[in-house]
Structure formats: C-alpha cells, structure tokens
Write a protein that binds this ligand. Structure first.
Ligand SMILES: CC(C)(COP(=O)(O)OP(=O)(O)OC[C@H]1O[C@@H](n2cnc3c(N)ncnc32)[C@H](O)[C@@H]1OP(=O)(O)O)[C@@H](O)C(=O)NCCC(=O)NCCS
Length: 312
C-alpha cells in the first residue's frame, strides 16, 4: 500500500533516484551532460523545494520514498515540473497518485490552466493518467542534430547577432509569428509585446541556460529585422533552439533556414557537439528541421488542463 505525502526536502534515499535520473539524462543528452547533471541535480532540486511556489510530493512504500513529483505556479499557470518513480514501482498507479496530488494542490491556487511539459527521465506513458484527469495531450518531438561537418565559421551566412536597437523588432517578430499560431498556448510569453520583452530579457540573463550574445541571431529585409532565432546551451556540449520566428509576410523565402544555419555554425564554433529543439508534431516547421538534418530523438507529450476543465 503506497501513501502520497508532501515532501519538504530531498528524501534520505535520494541517491537511488540520482542513479536512475543520471541514466535517463545520459540516454537523452549524452555523457558530458549526464556527468554534469550528476553534480547539479541534488542542489538544484533542494533549492527548488525551498521555494514558496514549489510543492513536492513523495509516494512512500513504508518509510521508503519510491516516487517524487514537483509542481510550481508561474505567471498564473500551474506546472508539473518533475516526476520520477523508481524502477519496479513504475506504471503501477504511483504516477497516477503523484499527478493527482500535484494537480489538486495546483487547482487550489486557481490557475488559468495546468500543464505538464516535463520529459520524464525513464520510459513511461502518462497519457492515460493525464487524460483520466481531463487533460488534453499535445504530441511533440524532441529533435536532435549532431554538429559534425558544420562549418563553424560560415562566412556565407547572412544572419547576424542581435543588437540592442533590434530588440523592439525582435519582440514584434516573436508576437506576430505566433499570432493565431496553434502553438501560442505553449508560449505564454509570446502573446503580447510586454510579455515577449520580458521573455527576451530572461533569456538574455541565462534563465533557460547560458546564452551567448551571438546565439541570439536576426535576419533583416529592407524594413529591418524580420526574423529571429534564440539559442542557448544545455551545458556542457549541447545547444538548444529555444525559439525561431519569422514575420509572416517574410516567410517561405529561406529566412528560417538561414537563421538555423547561422546558429548551428555559431554553436559549432563554440565547441557544441549537438543541438536539440522541441516541436509540435503538427507544426509544418518540423519538415524544415528535417531538411536541415534534425531527427526525432524522442516523442514527448505535453498535457494541458484548461480553465473550463479545472472548474469542472
Ligand atoms: C518556422 C518558421 C520560422 C520558418 O520560417 P521561414 O522563413 O518560412 O523558413 P524557410 O523559408 O527557410 O523555410 C520554409 C519551410 O518551413 C516549413 N514551414 C514552417 N512553418 C510553416 C508554415 N506555417 N506554413 C508553411 N510552411 C512552413 C515548410 O517546410 C517551408 O517549406 P516551403 O517554403 O518549401 O513550403 C516560420 O514559419 C515561423 O515563424 N512560424 C511560426 C513560429 C514557429 O512555428 N516557429 C517554430 C517553432 S518550433
């Protein structure tokens, strides 16, 4: 019989979790990233658990913690940010208990919606668990491209590093490209200019991962900046494409392609070995990524419970 209870600090048997988490990270991001994750995951989870907006739950088998989940409120949205269940306890109802407990706590804070975008570091299908609670599923893919063979000093590339004077246009690009785009619901920071500027500032400050200035690249037409790509590192040797947007009137003319190539070149030059990105399966941008050598690394589901479903 398992019991689900609030967790205020890392459990004594966290080392059991650590080994499994590092294995999962290795599978997903490679050796260098896994080695670094091993040293950072405990302090970073401990720190998160100390934050007022974070709630953690543990599933206990007797005195032993066999599953953990963490959730957080951010900008009025409830997020399930972490879930892990130890080997032999998986998919036997533990995930369901942890998700349900997390959702109940988030619902009490009257969020505009609740979502789970986290990629579990073990093989698990959470679709039935979330759908049973009234969530809908958005199918996404994590794509990867190795940087071998990329020219780290591609002089033919026509993109350039963003300057301060470009910022307003960059923000407009982001908002305009996502206006009426089905994925805008996954990018709350892109719904209006103020939110997009705040997102850009957070990105520049490294909130999502170290972001070199040359990894915020723009492309111009005769009206000025009409496309932007934002890349950051997932240390130590993996890059991540955080956002890519081209003004609707300037699309389908090769600008998205040039922005990706410019970023890949700059990341190769900085010693990155591979680049990852996340894309919704129904987004036609997936074809663009495939053409540029990205392959699906893992299928990942995002689960969303809208306000109507929360209020029953
Ligand atoms: C994705 C995006 C940046 C591509 O920019 P772009 O300048 O049109 O890219 P390119 O001209 O180099 O390549 C165009 C290709 O992208 C793909 N594509 C991406 N989004 C598309 C869309 N909404 N409609 C049609 N094709 C699209 C197609 O394969 C297209 O090929 P085609 O022109 O031969 O039909 C742009 O469509 C955009 O800003 N979309 C909204 C934001 C978004 O979805 N970003 C990606 C998030 S993962």
């Amino acid at each position: 019989m398992l019991i689900c209870k609030r967790l205020r600090s890392l459990p004594e048997n966290f080392p059991e979790f650590l080994e499994e988490l590092v294995d999962g990270y290795l599978d997903l991001y490679g050796e260098a990233a896994a080695a670094e994750y091993r040293t950072t995951v405990s302090p970073s989870m401990s720190q998160s658990m100390g934050l007022a907006q974070v709630v953690a739950f543990a599933a206990y088998s007797g005195a032993r913690v066999v599953g953990m989940a963490m959730s957080v409120m951010h900008m009025g949205v409830g997020k399930i940010a972490f879930i892990h269940v130890l080997g032999k306890y998986r998919e036997s109802g533990v995930e369901a208990q942890l998700v349900q407990a997390s959702v109940e706590v988030l619902q009490q804070q009257t969020p505009t919606r609740i979502e789970c975008e986290t990629i579990p570091l073990y093989s698990v299908n959470l679709k039935m668990v979330f759908e049973g609670l009234g969530f809908r599923c958005i199918e996404r893919a994590l794509m990867i491209r190795k940087l071998e063979g990329i020219d780290g000093e591609d002089k033919t590339n026509c993109t350039r590093q963003m300057q301060t004077a470009d910022e307003i246009r960059v923000v407009n690009c982001l908002v305009d490209a996502y206006h009426e785009h089905p994925d805008v619901e996954l990018h709350l920071g892109l719904q209006h200019a103020d939110a997009a500027m705040e997102l850009l500032r957070r990105f520049q400050s490294g909130a999502f991962g170290p972001a070199k200035p040359e990894w915020i690249r723009v492309m111009e037409d005769d009206q000025g900046c009409c496309g932007v790509i934002l890349g950051h590192a997932m240390p130590p040797d993996t890059g991540y494409i955080f956002q890519l947007a081209v003004q609707p009137s300037s699309q389908s003319q090769g600008r998205g392609t040039a922005l990706i190539k410019g970023l890949l070149s700059s990341m190769a030059n900085a010693g990155m070995k591979q680049v990852l990105l996340g894309v919704t399966i129904s987004n036609p941008a997936m074809g663009l990524y495939e053409r540029l050598g990205f392959q699906v690394h893992r299928h990942v589901d995002v689960f969303v419970q809208d306000r109507e479903a929360i209020n029953g």
